[in-house]
Design a protein around this ligand. Structure first.
Ligand SMILES: [Zn+2]
Length: 265
């Protein structure tokens, strides 16, 4: 992590608070970094449990019951690692931004459901990589709850089948080789275009097509702010880059916007 003058960071946080106060449509875009203080591992960081296994590509999952069994086994091991995860300061800050009406929705690369757990209605969370807190049938789309799937899987060792159509049930996340959710992508794209302030928080901005959203926002006239622990490839086109602890920065932003709300203008 590059050393970053704390006084400069304070000033930058104030600038962002001012931009937030004046913005009409804010587009928050979040990545793994917003959830690390909640104990959800960033799957790209060294030592991450995600790196221990080769990912199971989507076509293999569909073709092989054995692969499905392995995928579900791993899924539940992983779930246990962050079973107690609670929303952090970043999630709460963004939840307030949505509640205030400034942010129509939150675009996220995360699958942890923590933004919903912080009180944001599910239809105001645009999930580009799906959601790991439930499962869906690949054939009919029926939603299945993990709390039902897990005991059956652990008792029989058999991967779950859809109780409605008998189809293949998969965690509602997007796997390697699986098509991106088109509706989510289109909504994210529209919000990026409509926004006058686009804030990327805790994303390394490396994964496409998601990483194209800040560029889209910028091209449509939005201010672009990047909040992350480490530099990103898009820092050069950003209007403001804040490198620091995401939870702390968000808490300070929340305090500043609270002060403003109580002040006279
Ligand atoms: Zn089904």
């Amino acid at each position: 992590m590059t050393p970053y003058d704390p006084a400069a960071l304070e000033e930058d946080i104030e600038v962002l608070a001012d931009w937030l106060a004046r913005a009409e449509v804010v587009a928050p875009f979040t990545g793994a970094g917003i959830s690390t203080e909640s104990g959800v591992p960033d799957f790209r960081s060294p030592g991450s449990p995600w790196l221990a296994n080769q990912p199971i590509p989507f076509d293999v999952f569909v073709a092989s019951p054995q692969a499905r069994r392995e995928a579900w086994r791993r899924k539940f091991v992983m779930d246990d690692l962050y079973a107690g995860a609670k929303p952090g300061r970043g999630h709460h800050f963004l939840a307030e931004l949505v509640a205030s009406g400034k942010a129509p929705a939150i675009i996220t690369q995360n699958i942890d459901g923590l933004q919903q757990a912080a009180g944001v209605p599910a239809d105001q969370v645009i999930e580009l990589h799906g959601n790991g807190t439930y499962a869906t049938c690949l054939d009919c789309g029926e939603r299945h709850e993990l709390a039902e799937i897990r005991p059956a899987f652990e008792a029989t060792g058999e991967p779950p089948a859809c109780k409605r159509c008998g189809g293949i049930v998969k965690a509602a996340t997007i796997s390697f080789g699986q098509a991106m959710p088109q509706q989510a992508l289109q909504r994210a794209q529209a919000l990026a275009e409509e926004s006058d302030l686009f804030i990327a928080i805790g994303s390394s901005l490396l994964v496409h097509p998601a990483a194209g959203l800040p560029v889209t926002a910028k091209r449509h006239g939005a201010r672009l702010v990047i909040v992350n622990r480490e530099p990103t490839p898009l820092d050069g086109i950003a209007d403001l880059v804040l490198n620091g602890e995401i939870g702390t920065i968000c808490m300070q932003l929340a305090q500043l916007s609270g002060d403003e709300g109580r002040g006279i203008d």
